[in-house]
Design a protein around this ligand. Structure first.
Ligand code: PMP
Length: 400
């Protein structure tokens, strides 16, 4: 009798399941707008020039595969911290941010969740926006939290119901982790405005809550500096909080698993203690992070030429997505669809299209256009060859 005999198969992950379905589809018109990966106009995940340059250098002068320290590679941690908080910022200069290398944004969320649950507040729950990236709930539940939702998306107003959001956050128990998207909200594409960061910070501070900012898309909304605005506003407001940052999207290093967890503390002494606890968490979970992605990211961030090239590449990806949003909207309007103007008001990789589950199923079955059942479509997978087919298909299932 096998020790696994009683184990049932895990439920399908909806996004990866959709990709499997897409891969089996033989129709030449097929378009995968399901998965959250940026593609170039040829439908390929790009290898950024800046990344390729460092990769080549590493291949020419290879390093041995030694272990990194538990806290990760320190030049990477420093560079990642400066990118998020600002190179000359007070939190960086004062040393009150504890930064530890992570397995991208997901790993950063896990390290933060684990640290807070085991070392700070074992009974605290977590609340996230309704809706949110599905893995937020799975990950925090796995880490031992009960998870809940604060109101966020306002279907009627095609935006955010900020008053309802604040009311729900205000009602949370002190100590609750409040998960926030820094920019490019997944799945809705609607972000808080800079004017809303202050009132939100006030509620978080008054109620003694534990903000956790997920910064998975820095550079994909308005710019590398602008997209870190919520984090910087919270730091200026004197909050203590966690930030998960990632180079999956903005360096197109999805498989590189490169990111960082940052804990913003009261002072440098506290940050030094927190850093040892984060490192201990790494040690218990997987011992230490891989060095390749961290070496690539740190080299790009600290070499002025590579950095300038990379910033241009990030702007290029951001502008291509914005261009595709405009092209899709234009093509939809040409088809007589008049209620989707929000496509160009949303930012980041995704559009919450408002299409019903039935419409999404028809898109998939009749037109070979794959998006999530909740209506989420990946704008970063549109290109000049597929955008018209996507628009006519949406028009066919949706015309009112
Ligand atoms: N947070 C959000 C909101 C995401 O959409 C994603 C990836 N789709 C992640 C975190 C994690 O991505 P990664 O682990 O590759 O950084």
């Amino acid at each position: 009798m096998s020790i696994f005999a009683g184990l049932e198969a895990a439920p399908n992950d909806p996004i990866f399941h959709l990709t499997d379905q897409f891969n089996q589809d033989t129709d030449p018109r097929k378009v995968n707008l399901g998965v959250g990966v940026y593609q170039d106009d040829n439908g390929k995940v790009p290898l950024l020039k800046s990344v390729e340059t460092v990769q080549r250098r590493m291949a020419e002068d290879p390093d041995p595969w030694t272990y990194l320290p538990m806290r990760g590679w320190e030049p990477f941690n420093e560079a990642a911290q400066k990118l998020v908080f600002g190179a000359d910022s007070e939190p960086v200069a004062s040393g009150r941010v504890a930064t530890v290398q992570s397995l991208s944004g997901t790993g950063a969320l896990l390290l933060g969740a684990d640290l807070y649950h085991h070392q700070v507040a074992p009974d605290a729950g977590m609340i996230a926006s309704g809706p949110t990236w599905a893995n937020h709930h799975s990950l925090f539940r796995y880490a031992g939290y009960e998870t809940g939702t604060y109101r966020y998306y306002d279907d009627a107003g095609q935006g955010i119901d900020f008053e309802a959001m604040l009311a729900d956050i205000r009602a949370a128990d002190p100590g609750t982790v409040v998960l926030l998207h820094a920019c490019c909200h997944n799945p809705t594409g609607y972000d808080l405005s800079p004017e809303q960061w202050g009132p939100l910070a006030e509620v978080l501070a008054d109620r003694g809550l534990a903000p956790f900012v997920d910064l998975a898309y820095e550079g994909f909304s308005h710019g590398l500096e602008e997209d870190a605005g919520m984090v910087r506003a919270f730091a200026s407001a004197g909050l203590s909080f966690l930030v998960a940052s990632s180079f999956s999207k903005n360096m197109a290093m999805y498989g590189g698993r490169t990111g960082a967890i940052h804990a913003v503390c009261a002072d440098a002494d506290e940050a030094a203690r927190v850093k040892t606890q984060l490192a201990r968490t790494v040690r218990s979970l997987y011992s230490n992070a891989p060095f390749q992605g961290a070496t690539i990211a740190a080299t790009i961030l600290t070499d002025p030429d590579l950095r300038a090239g990379w910033e241009g590449e990030v702007a290029g990806m951001r502008m291509r997505i914005a261009g595709m949003r405009a092209a899709l909207l234009g093509a939809l309007e040409a088809e007589g669809v008049e209620d989707m103007g929000f496509i160009t008001r949303q930012t980041g990789m995704f559009s919450f299209s408002g299409l019903s589950r039935d419409e999404m199923v028809r898109l998939r079955n009749e037109f070979h256009v794959y998006g999530l059942d909740n209506g989420r479509l990946c704008m970063a997978a549109l290109n000049s060859r597929n955008v018209d087919h996507v628009a006519t298909s949406i028009a066919a299932v949706h015309k009112r």
